[in-house]
Ligand binder design. Structure first.
Ligand code: ITT
Length: 202
């Protein structure tokens, strides 16, 4: 009934778009909001889940296409979970991801001043929401824990250079594309979602 043969991936972030496209079956046609000249909605939610729902609802209603959207970000333990849902906005406020990463490292150093053991714990969180034109929607959240490091590596996007996932010795930006794709927060959310939506794949 709701078989998915094409899907709008509701994001303007090229890094996210590529990862989500590569996780979905090859047989599904992937469409981007820019192909349809659609802007982004205001992210007025208070959580990753609320924001991924806002994006899915906005793009789905505008395009009348089944839509998969993502809200994600980096939560840093010693910064009380910041930047969190404001991860993208911090990069805009500070002028670039490089500047935002530099500011994050400064803030982490300040928060750890006079501490015997430096707390660099962080996690990437991703909420994925799929919405069908009839209003049916499903969301799943994925998280990956790790630590913040000085920037290293040139691959990936966003905050990848400063995040080392637990159990690894390199940042996401030092990993090759496939290596990150198959472990990150987006992959974890997608695998949970896939269990519920694969019946709609051809
Ligand atoms: P859309 O709203 O159009 O999807 P956006 O980039 O504004 O694009 P978000 O509001 O979800 O997306 O912000 C997420 C931020 O966290 C953004 O700055 C990303 O670059 C960053 N981020 C999310 N997942 C990431 C990942 O896997 N690696 C590095 N940075 C990531």
């Amino acid at each position: 009934m709701y078989k998915i043969d094409k899907i709008l991936i509701g994001t303007h972030n090229k890094g996210k778009f590529k990862e989500i496209s590569d996780l979905l079956p090859k047989t599904i046609k992937k469409i981007s909001p820019s192909e349809l000249n659609m802007e982004s909605p205001e992210e007025s939610g208070k959580s990753f889940l609320q924001n991924s729902e806002i994006k899915a609802d906005f793009f789905c209603k505008k395009s009348h296409l089944t839509t998969l959207s993502d809200d994600s970000g980096l939560e840093i333990d010693c910064l009380a979970g910041k930047p969190g849902i404001f991860s993208s906005r911090w990069a805009k406020e500070f002028g670039s991801f490089n500047n935002a990463m530099f500011e994050i490292l400064k803030k982490i150093n300040k928060a750890n001043q006079n501490k015997k053991q430096k707390n660099t714990k962080a996690k990437f969180v991703c909420s994925l929401t799929i919405q069908w034109p009839n209003g049916k929607k499903i969301s799943e959240i994925g998280e990956i824990e790790g630590n913040i490091s000085p920037p290293k590596g040139n691959n990936g996007f966003g905050y990848d250079p400063i995040f080392i996932p637990q159990g690894y010795l390199k940042t996401f930006a030092e990993m090759n594309y496939k290596e990150k794709l198959l472990i990150d927060h987006r992959y974890i959310a997608y695998k949970k979602l896939e269990k519920k939506i694969k019946i709609y794949f051809q």
